[in-house]
Design a protein around this ligand. Structure first.
Ligand code: URA
Length: 433
């Protein structure tokens, strides 16, 4: 078999066989096929697409390119969840304790912040002492005892994706549905859970900017899940506004706690109840209405919050900050951002809001940068609110006034105030099963 022929076949619109896909993935991981040939194939896939069968085959070859996690020694149904990334997205830390408090196991590997989006692992590390790098046996033990553990990616999982993703990033081939779908699903499949819930974000703060593209991506991923025998559901959720009011690591942990105590922002609470209900549904806990009621009940009776504290304690974190947010390290500077005009908060460029929070110190501009856990944005006004000129629309937290002033420029350009009230946009746009 020759890589040249595989490239030419895809260039001409052909369908690759399982053997051809296996040949290219194996050869690339082993270093036998050079970047320039793989780049050419990726570009051919970008233009010609892949059938469902090719995408499933690519996904499985990628998933099996390195170590895989075998969760069979943990009793019960294991449900995983993946978000395609957003601004203020702290849902994993809310829904995992909700479902674990009902006996559904969550053995989750999460990521760090990427570009303008935050990452669950960074948020968790805002809790003093919290370990996110835990060996496999201890991770399994916590899942057995507590029902839930969330850690960073460990081991040599899906090396094919690491190489392909880095190459796609520099060859303008990221935005291809079969390539995104296989990249995400290979990691979920290698992570070993029985069922997978996908939260596909859509809008200005997301990878997929339109609902139609998000649905196409969701359909591709659900098809892969079904093809390989993992029950998979995708929700398409809104990322045309930051989720909740907090952006930034300790600010988001405080909001997680408020939400689990029943005092969270409406949009965040609603999306978490939907996501948790879908995880419960996947685990066979009942119909959707029943699962939604169960999720709500676990917030109201305090069991979900207690479960979060149990998980934090098991991973070495200081649970006292979860009860008393003043115990978090406080930012040096607090800065109020005023509205520049009067009217309705009409829209927010969510990616710009995320970049403003990175500017404040809440994210990394370069991989090696360290994070200021206390930095970030607390929104005082949300889309649809009426604001007077000079009224505070957001609070910034940072280590310096200079950073606040820089971030303010970005934030101001992201916020659009208008005399008319914006139309209502639902937080959940759709569900793909
Ligand atoms: N996230 C991934 O893990 N892979 C992609 O290709 C895009 C988003």
């Amino acid at each position: 078999m020759r890589m040249y022929d595989i490239i030419a076949k895809k260039r001409d619109g052909g369908t690759l066989s399982d053997e051809e896909i296996q040949f290219f993935i194996n050869g690339y991981v082993k270093g036998e096929i050079p970047d320039y040939q793989v780049s050419a194939l990726l570009m051919a896939i970008y233009f010609k697409g892949m059938t469902d069968r090719e995408t499933a085959s690519l996904t499985m070859c990628m998933a099996n390119s390195g170590e895989t996690v075998d969760l069979s020694s943990i009793d019960g149904i294991k449900v995983d969840k993946h978000s395609t990334g957003g601004v203020g997205d702290k849902t994993t830390l809310i829904i995992s304790p909700i479902v674990a408090s009902l006996g559904v196991r969550v053995a989750k590997m999460s990521g760090r912040g990427l570009g303008h989006t935050g990452g669950t692992v960074d948020k968790m590390e805002a809790v003093p002492g919290m370990q996110t790098s835990i060996d496999r046996e201890k991770f399994f033990d916590i899942v057995r005892k507590v029902g839930v553990s969330v850690i960073g990616q460990s081991g040599n999982l899906v090396p094919a994706d690491k190489k392909l993703y880095a190459l796609r990033d520099v060859t303008a081939t990221i935005e291809s549905i079969p390539l995104i779908a296989s990249s995400i699903m290979s990691k979920k499949i290698a992570a070993g859970s029985d069922c997978i819930l996908l939260d596909v974000k859509t809008g200005s703060g997301a990878f997929m900017k339109t609902v139609d593209d998000s649905i196409r991506l969701a359909q591709a991923m659900v098809a892969i899940g079904e093809h390989v025998g993992r029950k998979t559901i995708a929700l398409i959720t809104d990322m045309d506004r930051p989720l909740g009011n907090a952006i930034g690591n300790s600010l988001e942990i405080m909001e997680v706690c408020r939400t689990l105590k029943g005092q969270g922002p409406e949009d965040l609470t609603e999306i978490c109840l939907e996501l948790a209900a879908n995880m419960l549904f996947l685990a066979g806990k009942g119909g959707m209405q029943e699962c939604k009621k169960l999720a709500r009940r676990q917030i109201d009776n305090g069991e979900a919050f207690a479960k979060l504290k149990e998980m934090v304690a098991a991973q070495g974190g200081d649970t006292s900050v979860l009860d008393d947010s003043t115990k978090f390290e406080q930012a040096k500077v607090k800065y109020d951002v005023p509205a520049l005009s009067e009217g309705f908060l009409y829209s927010m460029n969510t990616e710009q809001c995320g970049i403003a929070s990175v500017e404040l110190g809440a994210g990394r501009e370069k991989k090696e940068d360290s994070i200021d856990f206390s930095a970030g944005i607390l929104l005082r006004k949300k889309i649809g609110d009426y604001v007077k000129r000079g009224e505070v629309i957001a609070e910034f937290y940072s280590s310096s006034l200079d950073k606040c002033k820089q971030a303010e420029k970005l934030f101001e350009s992201a916020v659009f105030i208008h005399p008319e009230k914006p139309e209502f946009v639902p937080i959940v746009h759709g569900r793909v099963t």
